[in-house]
Design a protein around this ligand. Structure first.
Ligand code: F6P
Length: 367
């Protein structure tokens, strides 16, 4: 099939590489099919409001290396469950999905490319069930999507976290301090684990393994006794303490929609450590620095491959799917197999075994 008009939106939290995907979709659709490309603005919000922009090779020419998304995004605004708060504080839930379907048809699109993580792709799948020809493109710094080796944005985030750890190594060693780096990862510890290994962390705490503070202290004490009073701890924001669960030290407030705000486990951990050992502890929270900025070469290539293959798959009418990296190829997987699933680090993974085999403490008794 020759594509005449294609639409693309970016949903959920942003990450590096989104613009690389937008550029690749635009260029492949125009160069291969002479198609018009419609950029839907602000995630699914744009499908409700009808706010769009035309994407051309000219408007996308300088965006390969640009962080963020030129289309804008949101991790709120699910059209199937759109929440608003009235003046008296009551929450109202609206279903705007028919309105979104209407906009899609008004725009006369042959297909919709939905670039997002688990939440966005799940909404994409709901629209596919309502008759919209959807193809998903997997993004998230968390790397927690099923059926793909990597999501784009992840490798850049790992590099940012690794650079941060390299800097904490030198200042921590100079002052004989315990340095904690808190990184993102609400359900999955991929960033913490990979960046922790890459940066030579001594302790890595991830949501998949409930940590016990005694084990953390034991490792620090052992290092101190061996003549290295400084230690580097990498902790994922979703880390859980045994018997207490996720540590939410940040003032969260009540959220109308979107993901729950995490952050603050690094400060909690610092207080726990300081109480038990005579060493100074400092915490750095890397936060959204991991999401902003230019994608690294890996994410530029991956984003470009995913975008190009998504256009190719649309021409084959392979809708209800997601383009995915199954090294060395880009393949299609069914969206229905992904809906609502989060890929965490398996406790039997080689990565965890590798970390523990070289003496990294994962907050549990060494296996
Ligand atoms: O899902 C990606 C992610 O970066 C999480 O790791 C993090 O908890 C969340 O987004 C933060 O979202 P927000 O931008 O709403 O603070």
């Amino acid at each position: 099939m020759t594509l005449k008009r294609v639409g693309i939106l970016t949903g959920g939290g942003d990450c590096s590489g989104l613009n690389a995907v937008i550029r690749a979709v635009t260029r492949a659709a125009i160069i291969q099919h002479g198609a018009k490309v419609v950029g839907i603005e602000g995630g699914f919000e744009g499908l409700i409001s009808g706010q769009t922009q035309e994407l051309t090779t000219r408007t996308t020419k300088d965006i390969l290396t640009l962080g963020g998304t030129i289309l804008g995004t949101t991790n709120k605004g699910n059209p199937f469950e759109y929440r608003t708060r009235t003046e008296d504080g009551t929450i109202q839930v609206h279903d705007y999905s028919d309105k979104a379907v209407e906009t899609f048809h008004k725009l006369k699109l042959d297909c919709l490319f939905v670039v997002g993580g688990e939440g966005t792709l799940e909404i994409g799948y709901e629209f596919f069930k309502k008759g919209i020809p959807v193809i998903g493109i997997p993004k998230t710094i968390d790397n927690d999507l099923e059926k793909t080796d990597y999501t784009f944005g992840f490798q850049t985030a790992v590099q940012v976290a690794c650079d941060a750890i390299d800097r904490l190594q030198t200042t921590g060693r100079s002052h004989d301090r315990v340095m904690i780096l808190e990184v993102m990862g609400r359900n999955a510890g991929w960033i913490a684990l990979e960046a922790g290994i890459a940066g030579g962390a001594h302790i890595i705490l991830i949501p998949e393994i409930e940590y016990q503070i005694e084990n953390v202290i034991r490792k620090i004490a052992l290092r101190k006794k061996g003549g290295s009073p400084f230690s580097i701890i990498m902790v994922a924001e979703g880390a859980k303490e045994k018997g207490r669960g996720t540590i939410k030290a940040q003032e969260a407030g009540q959220r109308l929609q979107g993901v729950e705000k995490l952050g603050g486990v690094g400060f909690y951990l610092a207080r726990q450590i300081e109480k038990q050992i005579d060493l100074e502890v400092r915490t750095t929270v890397l936060g959204h620095i991991q999401r902003g900025g230019s994608p690294n070469a890996f994410d530029r290539v991956l984003g470009t491959r995913l975008g190009s293959f998504a256009v190719h798959s649309a021409a084959q009418k392979r809708f209800g799917t997601m383009v995915s990296l199954q090294t060395p190829d880009i393949v299609l997987v069914d969206l229905k197999d992904l809906a609502g699933k989060v890929r965490t680090v398996s406790l039997n993974s080689q990565l965890i075994r590798c970390a523990e085999s070289i003496g990294i403490n994962m907050g549990r008794e060494a296996m």
